[in-house]
Design a protein. Sequence first.
Length: 220
Amino acid sequence: MEGNHYKIIKMRNRKHYFLIAIIAFTILILSIFVYVVLPRGTPIGLTLAELEILSGIIKDGDIICRLGDRLWSQYFRDVSITDRRFSHMGIIRFANDRITVIHSEGNAGSEEDYVSEISLEEFIKFARAIGIYRIKYIDGSKISNLAVEYLGVPFDWQFDLTDDSKLYCTELLYVILKRLAPEIELDKIYINLLGKYIIPLEAISNSKYFSEIYFIGSNQ
């Protein structure tokens, strides 16, 4: 009888420890989720007047860069070495009296995991910094017209510049420039983790082929 009593106690202890382990694991998963999803920093929040000013400055084919407010925004920002103001980019398009942005954003598991076209307001909604860049030697409308051809192309999770069947944000501009002006080179950075060269956001902001037209936000 005494032996059975100890066995019951051991079983209860095991259940107790198992329950504690489940609770601890659940807390860990929730903490990771909150850390990844929780916004970082405060969006600029342009007023209607400021948005009108921005809309009056930009032109068809301009490149718009932004700094997002999520964990992955921090990662893509930190890929750059000398200019860490941005984490994502898109191509401005003027069509049917609307200003839109064509961009490729990787949202794993979502329906937006491809090259898409959204309103300017939506693109900058949560931006902590915004920069507008204009190419010097090409008619911008040629850039936006070609960008339309890539709508629906899947996001490139392999970050492979040798395959344009999938595209990440700066790769979209890269393939367009290869078609319009192969002599224009966007700087690349080798990422050990990927074992590949990728195009950072500073390849645009630091490029001699682009002029900075507008910037608002933190330089940090």
